[in-house]
Design a protein around this ligand. Structure first.
Ligand SMILES: NC(=O)c1ccc[n+]([C@@H]2O[C@H](COP(=O)([O-])OP(=O)(O)OC[C@H]3O[C@@H](n4cnc5c(N)ncnc54)[C@H](O)[C@@H]3O)[C@@H](O)[C@H]2O)c1
Length: 271
């Protein structure tokens, strides 16, 4: 439909074909957007992002999202490449060393916690601060990050990522106020269903998360492609007045108490 015709942006976090950011890049390209792709230099070594870049006609610019120097360079190069200011940014970044090392939440290692918090949450502030200082966003632009419902409800194996997501959502609201008032730019988070990606699979018992969420949600789990389409709608002019929101994209999971499928597991025939 070309709902992103003429729009320019930066997409963070496409690691491989399963990545949510990868699907967003494909969908945004289909809708007419132009963008640069970025990921941490370490992730680039796998080289898969080059295939996506070729497919979408995008330049790849490595940047560690926790480094202000890398972010400065990324924004400068992106604006040069795209020929002006930006209309959208996708932050699709998450990492927890405590999750990776399977350290239970009560035994949290604070050095690892600090690293994961910086990568998964504070980096969103750093990205927005870079855009703010460079006055890099066009009016009515859209800045988006991806979150998970563990920010509001307890999912024990999600570990310190739950705290990181709460922090991420709070940054979206607080920076979103300033971006709205002064730059007419909106800032939101999308809280996505569990999805089979590299980050997702890293969570202990992820298959259980996925199956439970699917059985509870009236519409079932939202796929990565559906998530990408929702992101595209949030970059488009059809959502100009939506800001400071955490938007559940989860097939109804967040508002469902119980479903017949889950209840059937617990029916006691002897009663
Ligand atoms: N998969 C799920 O179930 C799910 C559900 C809800 C939200 N999310 C969120 O979606 C986002 C994308 O995750 P995904 O599931 O597509 O997994 P993914 O592993 O494909 O993406 C995570 C990305 O973060 C990047 N990254 C890590 N450290 C970085 C750094 N220092 N600088 C720049 N980039 C860095 C990785 O290279 C990778 O590309 C994350 O915020 C994740 O928490 C995922």
């Amino acid at each position: 439909m070309g709902i992103l015709d003429g729009k320019k942006g930066i997409i963070f976090g496409a690691l491989n074909e399963q990545s949510l950011a990868w699907k967003v890049a494909e969908a945004a390209h289909k809708e007419g957007a132009q963008f640069t792709l970025t990921n941490a230099p370490m992730a680039m070594r796998l080289g898969e992002i080059n295939g996506l870049a070729e497919k979408t006609g995008s330049k790849v610019i490595p940047a560690d999202a926790t480094s202000m120097e890398d972010l400065n360079n990324l924004f400068e190069e992106s604006m040069e490449e795209l020929g002006g200011k930006l209309d959208f940014i996708l932050h699709s970044i998450g990492m927890s060393v405590n999750v990776r090392k399977k350290i239970p939440y009560p035994e949290m290692n604070y050095e690892y916690q600090h690293k994961g918090w910086d990568v998964s949450a504070v980096s969103f502030h750093k990205v927005m601060q870079t855009a703010w200082k460079k006055d890099a966003m066009n009016e009515w632009g859209s800045i988006l990050a991806l979150s998970y419902i563990a920010a509001q409800r307890v999912f024990p194996d999600y570990n310190d990522m739950a705290d990181n997501k709460s922090y991420l959502e709070s940054i979206a609201r607080n920076f979103g106020y300033y971006f709205g008032k002064e730059k007419k730019v909106r800032v939101n988070t999308i809280s996505q269903s569990p999805t089979m990606t590299t980050a997702g699979i890293g969570v202990t018992g992820f298959g259980g998360f996925l199956g439970y969420a699917d059985a509870i949600s009236p519409l079932g789990n939202a796929s990565a492609d559906d998530c990408a389409n929702y992101c595209v709608s949030l970059f488009s002019d059809y959502t100009k007045m939506v800001t400071l929101q955490n938007l559940f994209h989860d097939g109804g999971f967040s508002y469902t108490g119980i479903s017949k499928e889950v209840m059937d597991h617990f029916i006691d025939d002897k009663l």
